[in-house]
Design a protein around this ligand. Structure first.
Ligand SMILES: CC(=O)N[C@H](C=O)[C@@H](O)[C@H](O)[C@H](O)COP(=O)(O)O
Length: 224
């Protein structure tokens, strides 16, 4: 079984998600590796990185625990975060300590348990990205090492919101499930509150590494 001490390194800490969409001016593995180093300088406990090129580039510059994922749009499924065994295994081979994957109940191209087994066989851990409490229970039963609230608000049956899903965090904590708080944690106060809700650690992306998104928050506020 893979070594779980990497999770202990993350407990109580901040993971910074360094991602840039295809249309972003920051879409370059070198720039992503610089964002990762800036996050490290600021005290990040770990990093969440999308795509093989970016995982390779970031692995080369930092020893911080790395959560890897792919985002793949497919015609046959709405599942886009690490949809296949091959992608999950390759992320682990490239040096991701933890592989994040969609663990929602939406139809998927390959069984979740096969992805989990492949990641464990490659010596990495599994973060199951979920949108409901039921999905968290199922993913942990299938062998996921931790769940993350990443996909709340991004499935048709979870509540759409501009704020973090505090109710889901509360429910996960009451159920005694190990969880990561992720998604729309846009302020230091949000991150601290998530930790007080019982999160093992928190993941912040847009507010730290997407200046285009943050700029829009300001320009929209000015427009009133
Ligand atoms: C839903 C989805 O695809 N989430 C992605 C997962 O890796 C990223 O686009 C998010 O930036 C990440 O989850 C962090 O969330 P936020 O950027 O809100 O702090």
């Amino acid at each position: 079984m893979p070594d779980r001490t990497v999770l202990e390194q993350l407990y109580g800490g901040l993971v910074v998600s360094c991602q840039a969409n295809a249309d972003s001016p920051l879409r370059d593995p070198f720039i992503i590796s610089r964002l990762a180093l800036a996050a490290q300088q600021g005290g990040a406990a770990g990093l969440r990185i999308q795509g093989f090129e970016d995982v390779r580039a970031v692995r080369a510059v930092t020893p911080l625990p790395l959560i890897g994922l792919t985002k793949t749009s497919r015609e046959d499924t709405e599942v886009y975060i690490t949809p296949t065994v091959a992608e999950a295994a390759q992320l682990a081979e490239l040096g991701a300590d933890i592989v994040a994957m969609d663990a929602t109940r939406r139809p998927r191209p390959e069984p979740l348990e096969q992805l989990i087994m492949a990641v464990h066989a490659a010596g990495a851990l599994v973060m199951a990205d979920i949108s409901t409490l039921d999905e968290a229970h199922s993913a942990l039963q299938l062998g996921a090492d931790i769940v993350s609230t990443t996909l709340s608000g991004y499935t048709s049956y979870s509540p759409a919101s501009s704020t973090p899903d505090w109710a889901l965090m509360q429910a996960l904590a009451e159920a005694g499930l190990p969880f990561v708080a992720e998604g729309r944690l846009n302020t230091p106060a949000d991150a601290a509150h998530a930790y007080r809700c019982g999160a093992a650690f928190v993941v912040v992306g847009s507010a730290i590494t997407r200046p285009d998104v943050v700029t829009r928050w300001f320009t929209e506020a000015l427009r009133g």
